[in-house]
Ligand binder design. Sequence first.
Ligand code: NAD
Length: 494
Amino acid sequence: MKTPITVAYGDGIGPEIMKATLSVLDAAGANLQYDTIKIGKEVYLQGNQTGIAPESWATLQKNKIFLKAPITTPQGGGYKSLNVTIRKTLGLYANVRPSRAYTPFVPSNFPSMDLVIVRENEEDLYAGIEHQQTAEVVQCLKWISRPGSEKIVRYAFEYARAHNREKVTCMTKDNIMKHTDGLFHKIFDEVAKEYPDIESEHYIIDIGSAMLAAAPERFDVVVTLNLYGDIISDITAQVAGSVGLGGSSNVGDNFAMFEAIHGSAPDIAGKGIANPSGLINGACLMLVQLGKAEVAEKIQNALLRTLEDGIHTGDIFHTNKSTKLANTQEFTEALIARLGKKPKKILPVTLNKDSKPIEVKIAPYKPVKKEMVGVDVFIDWAEGERDPNVLGDQLKELAGDLMQLKIITNRGVRVYPNGMPSTFCSDYWLCRFVSKDSVIDKGGTMGLKVVKTIKNQDVIDLLQRITDSRFNFVKLEQLFYMDGERAYSLGQGE
Ligand code: NAD
């Protein structure tokens, strides 16, 4: 019985490298049946803004496994990223991108680097929730959930175990984003305790990225949030010298999508010279997911042997290292002829044949005790000299009996009361009203005693007074204590 999978030939070099990849899979005995769907430019230009026709979802749902060639997203407004749509619709929460060096045949300064980036794939700034708030200010919501973070962190540790890797490194920016990145880091520390057999460490993303670029050999599995993962996986592919060679998987509980990390390379499309290795490596990740690790190992070793024998496509051709400048078809034929052979100089690939698709279980929903102690009202205001004291003195009078205006910040910095005249103020003001009777912000739980909370109706009444005074509020954030802990950031200088 052949295993059915969905394939899409994509745009640009997509059809050329997909044809090559499927012929390698067939020759290696992968025993797959291909159901083809159309995606990409053609579908976009037919007026479908997601780049995939509605009827294709049924094929994806049926087969559960999707091998996808790169597509070209047309320039201009209105088109949604197909990858993001597929990831979110199918719940593909983990993006796994291995990066290894292929020296000396593909030059890299780090011959022994061999790491895997495990990137959270659905949340963070990539939730794509953006709003223009005022004439001057646009915002993008960074959305991090406990289950989303726990799932990806557990996936990283399970991946390390399944693939005999020794260390998981977490990267966040929780020195600045204490609540969002802080949650991710906290969950990492919690989960790491359950995997005493695997070393764990944390780096702030800036120094972590610098170290990935300068000393990638010291990393093994790296788990991180969506945006950072997107960036560092390109860095690691680049320093490995293998952007054109890397494959990636997008994995969820029930579905998985596999692809090359590069794009559709329109500059060389139709010439028959593209390197198919990235998609072939993506297909090998798929074979492991399908429980066909022995076929993946056979293909990857034949690929290494082909590279080692100096048979190179134009993108990795070097006159003193290559023996033959191969086009896509010649490279593919050379690889197929080497199936069953191993590289002699590069370390052969050895995959765990018993590895099963990774399943992750997360903790059940746990309610928290929420107490609202105030509200941030965001106001669009650009009158006169934009003097914060003018705004603050008027808003102070609108706070009512239950609340007081505690602080106004602009771009995160306190400008009222006692602001500095040198601080630049945009037209977007965060005005923090807090309950008069709540004793808050005394440093965590130390000395905290919330004696009075406010209710939604109190907030509505406040907004009514603000509107009646002809101030234009554009957004609202409620300020909570959760299980007795402050659950919002303080303004700088608050
Ligand atoms: P790209 O990766 O397509 O190309 C960058 C450079 O690398 C080009 O010079 C190209 O010729 C070369 N290159 C890439 N893959 C190659 C291969 N297999 N063999 C030989 N050379 C190769 O990146 P780009 O030019 O920024 O993007 C082109 C299009 O691809 C854009 O429309 C972009 O949106 C899309 N894209 C799609 C995906 C995807 O579908 N997953 C990913 C990235 C980019």
